[in-house]
Design a protein around this ligand. Sequence first.
Ligand SMILES: [Zn+2]
Length: 1161
Amino acid sequence: MGVRPALFLWILANNKTKSSCDKDVLLNILSVLTGLLSLGTGRRIQYVISKGGSEALLQALAAAAQAEPPDHSTLLPLLRLLAKVGQRDRKFGLKAQKAGATDVILSLARRNLSNHLPLIHCLWVLRVCASNVTTGTTLGINGAMELLFKVITPYSKRHIRTVRAAIEALAALLKSRSNSRRAVNRGYLGGLLRLYQDWHHKDVSNNYIYIRRGLLLCLKHVTDIQLGRETFLGSQGIEILFSSVQDCLSCKNLDPIINTAIQILRKCYPKESLPVTTVKSFYLFPLPGNVKADPPCEESEGDYESDGEEEADKNLDDEDVESKEEDYDLETDVNKLRSRPVLDRPEEELGQYEAMCPELSHNIQELESEPEEEKSFQDRTESLSSTPSNFIPSATCVKHPNYRWRNQSVTEMEPDPGEKNFQVPLQSWTKEEKCRWDQTDEKRDIAVAAQDTDFWDEEDPTRRQVLALHPLPEDAAWYKKVFHPECETSTNTNPGGMLESSDVVANLLEKHQGDIPFHSPHFYTARAKCVKSIPDYKDLAFPDFWGHQPPPYSKPMLERKYGVQRDKILDDVRRLIHPGDVIGRTVFDLDEPSHSSPTAPGCLTFFSKFESGNLRKAIQVHEFEYDLILNADANSNQHHQWFYFAVSDMKLAVPYRFNIINCEKFNSQFNYGMQLVMYSVKEALQGRPCWLRAGHDICYYKNHYRCRTAAGGGMRGKFYYTLTFSIKFPHKDDVCYLAYHYPYTYSTMMSHLDILEQNRNPKKVYWRQQTLCQTLGGNLCPLITITAMPESKKRDDLEQFSSRPYVFLTARVHPGESNASWVMKGTLEFLMSSDPIADLLRKCFIFKIIPMLNPDGVINGNHRCSLSGDDLNRQWLTPSSQLHPTIYHAKGLLYYLRSIGRAPLVFCDYHGHSQKKNVFLYGCSVKETLWQAGCMVDTAVVTEDVGYRALPKILDKVAPAFVMNSCSFLVEKSRESTARVVVWKEMGVLRSYTMESTYSGCSHGLYKGLQLGTQELEEMGSKFCLGLLILHLKSLPCSKKVMAQAALLLDLEEEITDRTQRRCSNSSLETDDEPPCVEEIDYNTDSCSDGEEDFTELDQEIQECLSWVEGETEDEAVITGQTCSSKALRGLYISSQPASNSTSLRSTAVEVYSGFESSPV
Ligand SMILES: [Zn+2]
């Protein structure tokens, strides 16, 4: 192309005279431009735009329009060029206004109302102008919509193209909210609905899909404003669209109609608040001192209707706002990135943590006589009596089942007025109890309790016989009596429930094979008795008690059923239209315990009052369908995600549908193949004690429930989402447990530690379990130390023993991330194992492990927070010793290690990630952060050890679920108070990580396409250890002996190349986010792509027009007679390639124009 177009444009713009000679020049230029631009590539048109093409064409139009009578031979090609160029020029509307062309086009259109060819051309350009909202508004004020309504007709086979162009122009105009208001006020909305109905009913062969969809697009824009939605509802819009969609469902080609109609239905569905009395958590916990326990809101009536809708017109040009925001979050202040903040507490306090490092004491006597250091720890901490959270009460105090925090106000706690600080609430009442903490005694208690046969002694011989005769219970009554005594008030003769005594449990335990590794129901029960929960749990969940064994196979990701979301939404709409079909019976409700015993036969029984349980309410909506509501985190009104509950009294072979209607995340892996997990008691008793991935017809979408503005705390949390799934239960009258992810309770963790300790090899493994601190809820947070026993009592060996570098691991700060606990379980078991690699690892490192940083949250079924309602992984900068004791003391211990020059070599906090697949690390790098933020990096000033990359690179090679490409080493401002960033910055730990494990499955590597099970998660934990060993060998000076041992154990090179090869086969680049879902998940209209901006659509219309001109007959000639075929749809979707024989098309086009235009129209 070169310089010529520029020259043509110049001539165009300056062609003011109207001599016949100029007209010929103009025609020639137009035909050449048309030819050039019909070749199609957007780059050519962009070039023309950049050279002032739009302005030149607009000026030429203004000039040509002055001719009287109008000369269509120049006007029409000009208008075609304008439509083609204008739709790709973002400023076209404004340019048109400036050139006065909008008025020209309007008046041209008015003059040609019955002259369809020029009229269509005007409508195309109108539509392009209206894509700028400001211009659209001006056009609306000048009567453009009234004009269009004169053109849009009820169903007719005449002038189809004109009607289509008018509808599309109208849709573009209605993007302006003031136009929409005008349209509603003039009654156009009802008119549009009637037009849509008319076309829908009469277009039986589906020939005019684009007209029907165009009308829907108009409705879609009109209902962007509240007045539009109200009028739509009042005009029976919901019913009309719903029934029209029903007619369309059988034809897949009608998807564009169905999808647009559903977008409108969702938008106009009347908003409701959740069917709960308050969104505040059912569990309230009085905080020590005067800290406000209340969530920051009380609901006020109304006002969720407006949806933050901005009535003002605006252009939404910033599609990359989100990525800009992400970059904006990066910390770009080099001084901040490199500063090391001062200690957040008096230095003297660090002394107390010496007791948590008994391995440094060099005292081999102490090493051998194990529990001694516990006593010395206690002595030391007692001397620091001013720090209340060091007060560790005996776990035997927990024999007060009636103690309920919920009903107890803070003032009842009677804090000692002499105390400067407030106290952890438990302290005040445990003072009256036997408070002396003696871990030896407690351990013995548990061991005795667990092994003492008398513990399960009280047997009912008849029941035993029943069980013996019928290994599978006939119904769930036995089960309810044992596990949910609260449900069985009528038959319950033992209010203490099973925790006190139970014959059936004894029978069950006799049946228990004891073949689940690292699990003991006895230990579990003993530990569960010591747990302190807000609701004061009396029941055990069977799966936690009985144990879980991973199934022998992995389950592939669930394939998404076509149109599943659409079907669910239509079901929701059906409920609105036919409210009489909805049962609406509350069958379970924490707030109203009377609802929790089922009265109606044939309905499911729900239960969630057990450790880690979360279900607030269940409402039966149809015979086999229930709406479920989750409980917010304690002392909070949000974070609904984790669920864990039991259902019983089910029928066989019936799919039950469950809708969790108060989820909060805007998207979920449930839309990308993830299933929830289910555990069947009957299956377990038949020897298959497994949590399995379950559920079909799963989908996750925004629903019509809204959190009232005051309760939403800003934009976030304003919307709710539905997770819907269907389940066929494996047995009749079974008891099944459903959960978000494989549960892992606090008692599971504590009994796991018991078993690990009991099974260790004391000659080889140094193991210490201490208590880091007591939590707000009065539970103990264990701290584990693992390393190898010294080789001998020789001085050298003792020195080697205590000078090993530290590795500091933590997990489960977020209670809903049970996957983190399974990974930690794998790490602990591997570290304690007799595997020679584990042996070598123990000789290389001292492991300090806090396996559960948030026991209270885990126990009480929270998803994100602790009992204070705080996200503990946002408290590391300045943790409060009273409100965040586990973080305060974990940080204290790290401070102590740093103060003696022993900051850990690696710190890693295990988490779970709900939005992404695979397992990956987040680390910290100054350089990568600055680069990503686009800052100039002075490499002379910023020197950085790239050692932080070594461990993830190694894990990428050794751990099948791990993906290096998903890792990130950016330091975000919003994460400045996380463990990873604080430990990196304040403790100077270069290798400070968050490890994120997916809830879902893998998109890469060995497990590609599979959902992760506990086995794969545990494997990740053990491979993490292997990674640490390789890191040690690669980056630290090792003794010859270690190297020799390592060489025997690991053929590192071979292992690495082996896995590299395997990976190469599927080494597509990891993309961070999921590919777009088949169905639009959100219905925020601004984010909906509806194909309106697809350039090819209008191009297609223009091109079709040419062939129609060529075919010389009337409108319908080309399209009529086509069935619902791909050709009819092409203009809607298929990004049609520019005609394949473009050269010939160009030449014909030019000829056709001249030929056509010379004949009278
Ligand atoms: Zn997390």
